[in-house]
Design a protein around this ligand. Structure first.
Ligand code: PHE
Length: 345
């Protein structure tokens, strides 16, 4: 074929291809056209056969022209593909009768539960002082919950805690103190841990829930005394309730600590003028604590002649109620979004 004819035929092929592609009615038609024009045995490639009929100068010209035609056709394919996809989307939208001018719906944002948040804040305070987190089981043996903690069998103090018994002879732990013993048995002193967790008691009113949460603290070191405990608890109270928070220690009794104390903070609601929250006395009880009883250290295989320790147990619900001025503990467990969404930050 004379070269002029090759050029003009190639241009004719290009124009036909471009208009055929542009008017393809759907993506299937497009695939067929793609094969027809650009396939290995397609019409564009077929022009390469004419190479041998051309002179040495004309050959590169043919190669360039074939490439150019192929590029143009490819570009047209891409445009048309996009056009068809857009059209399909619009058709779909029309079919679903969607009104794109409607404002969007704002999804509900979740938030940390106030108890979780309080627990994390307490943990952060003690982690920053070098304490580590320890955990223990919620179904516990009498031995760890009572006996190793110096509650003698049939001691009336066991009744103080309204224990829920399980059928296999174990019980639902009534406090996080069993983690003290488990930790002493697993680790060598010095020990500095906090143990957050769920605890259970047969108790149910506006300030008591049968399921609630505590954080236990335990520090065992040489030469510890009550002033160390006081110092740490003072720091805790100030970090939690504000830097001017005062605390006081009152003598108390727990079988596993000697001496034992109850710790109060100066009322954060009335600044000790007397209000409903502090029942007029200016102080609010927040936790129990004391020096670990030598009998408990011995149960934990720690020599009380060498080591001493202090411990405390704080109720997470209690702290959260004080922080947020909540007077009914049941609100924490009812999953009522009107209550929970107030804590969203
Ligand atoms: N376990 C005690 C309670 O639940 C609190 C406590 C812990 C007291 C550690 C002293 C030392 O009431």
């Amino acid at each position: 074929m004379p070269s002029d004819l090759v050029w003009s035929k190639l241009q004719e092929l290009r124009d036909n291809a471009l208009s055929a592609i542009a008017s393809a009615s759907d993506e299937n038609a497009l695939t067929t056209l793609q094969k027809k024009y650009l396939g290995k045995k397609g019409e564009v490639q077929a022009y390469m056969q004419h190479m041998k009929e051309l002179s040495a100068e004309e050959r590169p010209k043919l190669g360039a022209l074939v490439n150019e035609v192929r590029d143009r056709i490819e570009a047209r394919f891409a445009e048309t593909e996009k056009k068809l996809a857009d059209a399909r989307l619009m058709a779909d939208l029309k079919l679903r009768h969607e009104d794109l001018s409607l404002p969007g719906r704002i999804p509900n944002r979740g938030a940390e539960h106030p108890l979780q948040e309080t627990q994390r804040e307490i943990e952060d305070i003690f982690l920053s002082m070098g304490f580590e987190i320890a955990r223990g089981p919620q179904s516990e043996w009498d031995y760890f919950n009572f006996e190793a903690l110096n509650f003698p069998a049939d001691h009336p103090a066991r009744d103080m805690q309204d224990t829920l018994m399980l059928e296999n002879g174990s019980l639902l732990r009534t406090h996080t103190s069993p983690v003290q013993v488990r930790t002493m048995l697993c680790y060598e002193p010095p020990i500095r841990i906090i143990a957050p967790g769920t605890v259970y008691r047969r108790d149910d009113d506006v300030t008591h829930s049968p399921v609630f949460h505590q954080i236990e603290g335990l520090h065992i070191e040489k030469g510890l005394n009550l002033t160390h405990l006081r110092g740490i608890l003072q720091l805790f109270a100030q970090s939690m309730f504000g830097k001017d928070t005062k605390i006081r220690l009152r003598p108390s009794f727990f079988p596993f600590t000697e001496p034992s104390v109850e710790v109060d903070i100066a009322c954060i609601f009335c600044h000790q003028k007397g209000c409903r929250m502090c029942k007029g006395c200016g102080w609010i009880e927040i936790l129990g604590a004391g020096m670990v009883d030598p009998n408990v250290l011995r149960e934990g295989h720690i020599d009380p002649e060498v080591w001493s320790g202090w411990a405390f147990g704080v109720g997470i619900e209690r702290v959260a109620m004080l922080l947020h001025g909540i007077t009914d503990i049941r609100l924490f467990f009812e999953s009522d979004l009107r209550f929970l969404s107030q804590f969203r930050v």
